[in-house]
Design a protein around this ligand. Structure first.
Ligand code: 4AD
Ligand code: MG
Length: 478
């Protein structure tokens, strides 16, 4: 007999039909009631074995975590809590699970910190199951959003010879023998003898390569892993994260902001409409976590309310200069409550400032634009004031920066001057500069951090819990 997924069985009209279900045992009560989960849904299937119908030896092997296969009749449930159940005819143990050694016993709910240490098993928990089903739905919805608008999905390289952000925090890629690398006459490591004949690294962003296709196919996006070797041990940074980077010819900064707003609202709405059960579970879980916090640190809205709020309200648009004025005169700045005090125009904003604007001042998502050029990347379009660039960051409650983007500098002379001012390797950027020589066009784009989006949508509070196997300083287990 063919197996049916539990999600399908639970939605089937029970008429005593023969069915087969397979999955992992969550609980086994009274030697009779087995609740099975196969991950197709957060709900468990109840399988009921008649007393004395199964031999003693097998019964003992039905333990939490064991994998089993049952066949039987699908009937309306006699008990409370579920609509249907399976009256078991045959039961087979597919994989035993030693109850003593299994780390996921329901009795003592494991902490998220502990679960990270057993990331190969945390997939079996309700929380990780819900998070990963939502993650899948968001990945699908991203492709749907762009496909419906005629954007093309471009695969940019993972290994590159360029540093898109000019920030320098990159993972090297080499096949040289680190104990005995070839050296040139000056005694430096000779990368001419390396695999690619030059220095290479894991990409920090697909943007620069993405731009080459935007200036040919008009509207493109990338969606892939990106790598940052910064030593950031925070709840919002990963060393390996996924980024969505749309890049559009003929868009100015305002078109760019509109697309970012449309994308975020579409994704949140998609989650609300398509991940109902999982979001309800996560809503409850977030509420319990909130309740354990001191009163003044609790957020005013629950998860589902926060999600609805984003879909129903415009984002606040605000220039960097206006933001600095607000922050300068804010109570936490005057009372020296900020760790980094805002004293002058030109300083970079920290997450405490971003969160003040979003959570305390405007109480809604904020898009900041026109940042000082000194604190932004070389490729951003220079404004006429000679001080600012056409940059934009989207700031979300509880997260801070969720999107970073800009209109790009499309004027060859201006771009070249900036590359030189910043001492960037002109010889590595020759192809990027070429784009401005051969049919340049105004264009814009942004990067959405996929895991930052996941934090917002699931209400989880640590970015390490919204990716299956997090990579962060000191950790590359699994
Ligand atoms: O602001 P960032 O560095 O921008 C870029 O990389 C541009 N090339 C994007 C573009 O214009 N095409 O990164 C973009 C987003 C951030 O807003 C944040 O959401 C996420 O990527 N991000 C991270 N997410 C997790 N861990 C990290 N270490 C991250 N660094 C950035
Ligand atoms: Mg940024």
């Amino acid at each position: 007999m063919k197996r049916t997924k539990i999600k399908t069985l639970l939605a089937t009209n029970p008429a005593g039909q023969s069915v087969k279900a397979e999955g992992w045992v969550r609980t086994f009560r009274n030697n009779q009631f087995i609740s099975i989960n196969d991950g197709s849904t957060i709900q468990n299937l109840q399988a009921v074995v008649a007393l004395n119908s199964i031999d003693e030896q097998t019964l003992k092997r039905i333990t939490t975590g064991a994998c089993i296969s049952v066949t039987g009749e699908l009937i309306a449930s006699l008990g409370k809590g579920q609509a249907v159940e399976v009256k078991v005819n045959t039961l087979e143990i597919l994989g035993d699970c030693d109850a003593e050694a299994y780390p996921l016993q329901l009795k003592n709910r494991p902490s998220l910190e502990y679960l990270r240490e057993i990331a190969h098993l945390r997939s079996r928990t309700n929380t990780m199951g819900a998070v990963m089903r939502v993650r899948h739905a968001m990945a699908y919805a991203i492709h749907k959003f762009f496909n419906d608008r005629g954007f093309f999905y471009i695969h940019t390289p993972v290994i590159t010879g360029s540093d898109a952000e000019g920030a320098g925090a990159m993972f090297r890629v080499t096949t040289l023998d680190l104990n005995n690398p070839p050296r040139n006459e000056q005694g430096q490591v000779n990368h001419k003898e390396d695999f690619f004949g030059k220095e290479t690294n894991l990409t920090v962003s697909g943007q620069l390569e993405g731009e080459t296709y935007a200036l040919a196919l008009s509207e493109i996006y990338t969606f892939g892993p990106t790598f940052r070797a910064e030593n950031s041990n925070t709840t919002r940074h990963l060393a390996e994260f996924w980024m969505i980077e749309p890049e559009m010819a003929f868009y100015d900064l305002h078109d760019n902001m509109q697309l970012a707003t449309d994308l975020l609202q579409f994704l949140v709405k998609y989650a609300l409409e398509n991940c109902t059960e999982d979001l309800e579970f996560l809503n409850k879980r977030a509420a319990e976590e909130e309740a354990a916090k001191p009163q003044d640190q609790r957020s005013e809205l629950g998860l589902l309310d926060r999600l609805k709020f984003v879909t129903e309200n415009d984002f606040q648009k605000l220039s960097y200069t206006e933001a600095i004025e607000i922050l300068k005169n804010s109570t936490p700045n005057k009372k020296k409550k900020f760790q980094y005090l805002i004293d002058q125009w030109g300083v970079d904003l920290q997450s405490e400032h971003e969160r003040f604007l979003v959570e305390k001042h405007f109480k809604k998502p904020v898009i900041l634009f026109n940042y000082p050029k000194e604190i932004k990347a070389f490729y951003m379009r220079q404004n006429e004031d000679n001080k600012t660039v056409a940059a934009m960051d989207v700031l979300f409650p509880g997260i801070g920066e969720i999107i970073g983007g800009s209109q790009r500098e499309e004027r060859y002379d201006r771009l070249l001057k900036r590359v030189q001012e910043l001492n960037l390797p002109e010889k590595d950027l020759w192809w990027y500069l070429d784009l401005r020589k051969f049919g340049s066009a105004p264009h814009s784009g942004f990067g959405l951090g996929f895991e930052r989006l996941m934090l917002f949508v699931t209400g989880m509070t640590n970015i390490r819990d919204v990716i299956p196997f997090p990579r962060f300083p000191g950790n590359a287990e699994f």
